[in-house]
Every structure is written in C-alpha cells, then in structure tokens.
Write a protein that binds this ligand. Structure first.
Ligand code: MD3
Ligand code: FE
Length: 218
C-alpha cells in the first residue's frame, strides 16, 4: 500500500515548516512569491559589486563566486576571514541591502521565532554545476545568538548539515528554488557545506544557484 502511494508521492504533503533539529527550520518555497523581486535585486547588487572567486587563507581559490551587500561584507584573502565595510576590489562600501532582501529575511526569521531580526550583512554565493562548499563553521559574526537566514534560488543543491564537530556525520538536505532556512540556537555553530552541484538549468537563473545568507554580523 505504501509502495503504491510512494510511486505517486511528489512531496506535495511535506510540511511547510520542517524542523531540522537543533534550532534549524526549513521553510519550503517560502521565497517563491518574491522570486522576481529577489532576482532583480541580485542583478542590481552584482552590477555594483561583481561576483568574484576569493582566495582562502590557505591559498585556495574558492569554487563558489561571492559578493556582498549591506553594511558589512564577508571576505577572505591570504590574511584571513573577516567582515569588512569596504569591497576590497573597488575600495567602496558594499551596495545597500535591497528592500526586497530585508523584508524577506525579517519575515522568515519571525516565522522561525526570531522576531526583530535586522541583518546588516548579506553574502551572495553563486554556484554552477561542479561548484562545492566544503564543510565549515560560520564563526566570524559577533553574536552567535543571532540567527542566519539562507535563501536558495535557481538550480537545486544538496546541503550538508553536520554537528558541533567536524567528524559528526552530516545529514543531506536537498534545497530547491525558493527554499529558506533559518539557522538559530545550537545549529548556529554546526559544521555545514554544499555537495558539488549536478548539471542542471533553471528558467529564471540558467545554469546556476544563487544563495543569499543574511546575518547580523556586527
Ligand atoms: C548552518 N552557505 O555562506 S547556506 C555560507 O548554500 C554558507 O551557500 C551555504 O554556508 C550556501 O557560509 C549554505 C545555509 C547555512 C548558512 C549558514 C549556516 C547554513 C548554516 C550557519 C550555521 C549552520
Ligand atoms: Fe556557512
């Protein structure tokens, strides 16, 4: 009986709010109604602060292309990881956080129980097929009590959600266009990463995935 049902299971009865445990909440397709406004804001930001492949302190060029908007932007170079008010490529402040970004991030945080979340940093990551992000912790923010809100747009990815140590076995969480995840509580310091993306295309983004992460960094 379940076998028959499974054949027709399209995931349509998945809960809209899925707790990943440890304070992490997946809001499936939460950003879908705002897709056009979000993607036009992405175009505005990347026109002012182009996507670039940064270098890690260890000397590796990241396969993810990145840029930022908001008061603070996350950067890495041979000297280390940090938040900076200026784009090192231009010497100018990062573009302002677009209204559409701010509204969505605040609404998603509130939905997950974090009222009054006001991000001052948005890291914009672009993945193409083959791009990956190896397991890491996000530890450059001042207050770990603040959540991180992430928004996935474009082609799908498999997110790796690990534990408090690197050796903890990671869960695989598929993330699709419009999915929003709010990471708070103990999950905030868990190891995480993204598996290499499979070849795919999306009608709105082409052969890429855009991930936005909103933080209160300062
Ligand atoms: C879990 N980005 O930018 S977003 C990153 O898909 C980053 O681009 C990934 O990891 C991406 O640092 C994942 C989801 C995410 C972001 C921050 C987290 C998950 C997190 C911080 C703590 C725990
Ligand atoms: Fe991260």
């Amino acid at each position: 009986m379940t076998a028959t049902l499974d054949l027709f299971d399209d995931g349509g009865d998945e809960p809209a709010c899925l707790p990943l445990g440890e304070g992490a909440m997946v809001l499936r397709r939460f950003a879908l109604p705002d897709e056009d406004g979000l993607l036009s804001a992405v175009q505005q930001v990347t026109a002012q602060a182009p996507l670039r492949h940064m270098v890690t302190p260890g000397g590796f060029t990241m396969s993810v292309a990145m840029t930022n908007c908001g008061d603070l932007g996350w950067v890495t170079d041979r000297t280390g990881y940090r938040y900076d008010r200026l784009d090192p490529e231009s010497g100018r402040p990062w573009p302002r956080l677009p209204e559409a970004f701010l509204r969505l991030a605040t609404r998603a945080a509130a939905q997950a129980g974090f009222d009054g979340f006001v991000p001052d940093a948005c890291l914009l990551n672009r993945y193409e097929p083959g791009t990956r992000l190896s397991l890491h912790q996000d530890r450059n923010e001042r207050d770990y009590g603040q959540p991180i809100v992430s928004v996935s747009l474009g082609i799908p990815a498999v997110f790796l959600f690990g534990g408090a140590t690197r050796s903890h076995k990671a869960q695989r969480v598929p993330l699709a266009h419009g999915d929003v995840v709010v990471w708070g509580g103990p999950a905030r310091l868990h190891y995480h990463g993204v598996l290499p993306l499979k070849e795919a295309g999306h009608p709105l983004t082409g052969r890429c995935r855009i991930n936005l992460t909103f933080r209160k960094a300062g």
